[in-house]
Design a protein around this ligand. Structure first.
Ligand SMILES: [Ca+2]
Ligand SMILES: [Ca+2]
Ligand SMILES: [Ca+2]
Ligand SMILES: [Ca+2]
Length: 453
């Protein structure tokens, strides 16, 4: 049975400007569902961290979910392999054993399971990782286990750190980012731990969900975390609750924070929030600049996307079935379903919505006079979209982008089995210009902007 359906590449695609393909990495057996990029060995250059994990499905909370079939039971929830490579793909270290079975493992929402910070203050970065019910602290330059602790529950799926605190001692923040165990509500609780992994504080936050941006919201030099609709200091003190939610009851499942995107404009910190039933633009003092109800805004980005407007604008995916642009005043500027793109053909088993945790990223222009673009990855092979919602950039592909036939998978989101592509924008060679890393569980493709030599 031929499971590949040819996908028409219209002249529209062929006319688009092309990013420059620099290299393709073969990730062999260690490619991950998630990629993290950080300088882990203090040489001034970033490294890649490829994570094999089931994401939120590591938790026993999901064992009775019949829709997920046998894949929720095998491999077990403690499946974990983290591989550190240089940006040329050569392996530096590996923690765990790579997954090597023919059928892909299921994984969802693992994009906050790793973070990097010098937790113990010795001048060297540690890699913090969530594995099943444990928090691991690995030495950045060797992958050696320096410390670990067993967490109170197995559904913690987000780890980040307050690296800058008022007493200069880092605080680790570990949070649930989806389904919860009673008595906690969706996205809760959050733990605050010291550098020795002792729990300092446990709290629930209003609207806690899938993103925890850190920022110095009050200008005192120490970072705060936006947990749901509350700005929280590293000692757990609530700096503010968003004005719209003060004194109100929230539905934690239907109104949690799905995504936060930050942009500094005219000296002011702006945060665009996709909040499950409502889109918000807020500032760093807890004031809502505007908000509006939408069917299900699940992801948003704010940036310099619109060439007709010198101000930042918003890109929004709404229930994965419609994409919108909004200007800074909250006016909708465009609305359309962005097209699929399968230059090597589309496996018949794949259908939208892919429901990726990160369906689009900002690729910052090397030229301050030019607009940044959104690279959209939830409809096959990624491509660039401008501030009018028009296709504006394509990524030349190689034969490796052809996806394998996976006819035996349950009727479930294809991204959870690695059948889509993901993106990360990062200046990997530190020349001042961001590169675009497109990856799946087998390969990574690295691109430069068309204008960069
Ligand atoms: Ca490095
Ligand atoms: Ca350290
Ligand atoms: Ca602060
Ligand atoms: Ca660069």
């Amino acid at each position: 049975m031929n499971i590949i359906r040819l996908f028409k590449q219209t002249s529209l695609w062929k006319k688009l400007p092309q990013a420059k393909l620099r290299t393709v990495l073969n990730l062999e057996n260690f490619g991950g569902a998630e990629l993290f990029i950080h300088d882990i060995n203090d040489d001034g250059l970033p490294e890649f961290l490829w994570l094999q994990s089931k994401g939120i499905f590591k938790s026993d909370l999901y064992l009775n979910n019949k829709r997920l079939g046998a894949h929720i039971h095998h491999p077990p929830g403690d499946m974990f392999c983290l591989t550190a490579t240089r940006v040329d793909g050569s392996v530096i270290w590996q923690y765990g054993t790579p997954f090597s079975e023919p059928d892909p493992y299921i994984s969802h929402a693992g994009e906050m399971m790793i973070t990097c910070c010098d937790i113990d203050g010795d001048g060297h970065v540690e890699v913090l990782a969530l594995r099943k019910q444990e928090l691991l602290v690995l030495e950045g330059n060797s992958g050696r286990l320096k410390n670990s602790c067993v967490l109170p529950q197995d559904n913690f799926a987000a780890v980040t750190t307050f690296c800058n605190t008022s007493n200069s001692s880092p605080v680790i923040l570990v949070s649930v980012m989806a389904d919860s165990y009673p008595p906690y509500t969706y996205g809760n609780p959050t733990l605050f731990l010291d550098k020795s992994l002792n729990i300092l504080h446990l709290a629930e936050h209003i609207g806690s969900g899938h993103r925890i941006p850190l920022t110095d919201a009050d200008g005192d030099g120490a970072e705060e975390a936006l947990l749901g609709y509350q700005m929280v200091k590293s000692d757990g003190t609530i700096l503010w609750t968003l004005d719209l939610w003060q004194g109100k009851q929230i539905d934690p499942f239907a109104q949690h924070v799905d995504q936060v995107s930050h942009f500094k404009w005219n000296g002011r910190d702006l945060f665009a929030i996709a909040g499950s039933d409502r889109l918000y633009l807020i500032d760093s003092t807890g004031v809502t600049i505007w908000s509006q109800m939408l069917p299900h805004p699940q992801y948003c980005l704010i940036g310099r996307f619109d060439s007709s407007d010198s101000r930042p604008s918003l890109f929004v995916t709404n229930r994965r079935e419609m994409m919108h642009g909004f200007d800074l005043d909250g006016h909708e500027t465009w609305r359309r379903m962005l097209p699929e793109n399968w230059p090597m053909g589309k496996p018949n088993t794949l259908a939208r919505p892919f429901h990726k945790g990160v369906p689009a990223v900002v690729w910052h222009s090397p030229d301050l006079k030019s607009q940044d673009i959104v690279v959209y990855s939830e409809a096959g092979w990624p491509y660039g979209v401008n501030g009018s919602g028009r296709l504006c950039l394509r990524f030349p592909h190689t034969g490796e982008i052809l996806k394998p036939a996976c006819a035996n998978l349950p009727n479930h989101r294809p991204d959870d089995f690695g059948l889509s592509f993901s993106c990360a924008a990062y200046d990997i060679d530190r020349d001042g210009n961001e590169e675009m890393v497109i990856f799946d569980r087998r390969y990574a493709w690295i691109y430069s902007w068309p204008s960069v030599q």
